[in-house]
Structure formats: C-alpha cells, structure tokens
Write a protein that binds this ligand. Structure first.
Ligand SMILES: [Zn+2]
Length: 146
C-alpha cells in the first residue's frame, strides 16, 4: 500500500478553522467517506456513498463540501482530461496513475527528492506552488490490486 497521511478529528476541525471554515457534520462525513475507500471517487460517487449516511443531503451540498475540503488542502482535486474531477484524501506527496481501460485511479509513491529534482528543471524566476505528476495508461490485472 502506498504511504498515506491522515488527520485526527481534532486536526480536521483545526485545519478547517485555519482556513476560516466551520466544521459541519456534512464535511466530516464526506471526509470520512473519502478516507474509507481511497479509490478517487467523483462527486457523483461521493454523493451516492454519503446518501447512505445522510439521506437528505443534496448533490450541491456534496460539491460545496468537496470544494471546502480542497480549498483548505485536506483533499486534492485530481483531474484527467475529459474526465470528471476525482477526490483524493492522501496528503502524502504522490503521483496518480489513471487506468483508462478500467477507469480507476491509483496512488503512486514518489521516491524521496524526486519533486525537488523536477522543480530544479524550472528556469530561474519560475516558482512552482505545486507539482502534479500523473500517468495515463493501463495496469495489468495483477498490478491493479496493489
Ligand atoms: Zn491520490
């Protein structure tokens, strides 16, 4: 399993507060749903899962909560061309591999120092706030269960 970093409930509430956001039951449930099954669900998939716990929640609220979690860096929005945004709660620096055949997205650990090496290719004066590394392709059946 790739390395992951997660937060305690107190740290979760504090991170929201640091961004000027309140902790709400909806935000908490949506975050826990992202942690429970780390398959990079889309907003629609999160909505389907959250309804089991909060039957009256609307899709708009789900989008709103996901946006709040992304804005305070608790969750990463992952985008692949022509695909709906997916959501990832893994705060450890990592790349994504999108299997175009299966439609699945996998976390890929990065070797230490790789992001510094990538950053070093930038010309002087180019200051990257973030670096995203993503792969698109296919995974062999035995690799996809990792
Ligand atoms: Zn991820």
């Amino acid at each position: 399993m790739p390395a992951t970093v997660t937060l305690s409930p107190d740290q979760f509430a504090q991170t929201l507060a640091d961004s000027g956001l309140r902790n709400t039951p909806q935000r908490e449930v949506i975050y826990s749903i992202l942690l429970k099954k780390r398959d990079h669900p889309t907003a629609d998939e999160v909505y389907a899962r959250v309804k089991a716990e909060l039957p009256t929640i609307s899709l708009a609220t789900v989008y709103n909560c996901l946006e709040a979690l992304v804005n305070c860096n608790l969750v990463r929005a992952v985008n692949f061309e022509r695909e709906p945004t997916r959501y990832c709660p893994n705060l450890h620096p990592h790349a994504h591999f999108h299997d175009e055949t299966a439609g699945s997205t996998h976390d890929i650990d990065l070797p230490p120092g790789l992001l510094d090496q990538v950053r070093a290719i930038l010309p002087p004066g180019y200051d990257a706030l973030s670096i995203e590394i993503s792969f698109r392709g296919r995974t062999a059946p035995e690799a996809a269960t990792r």
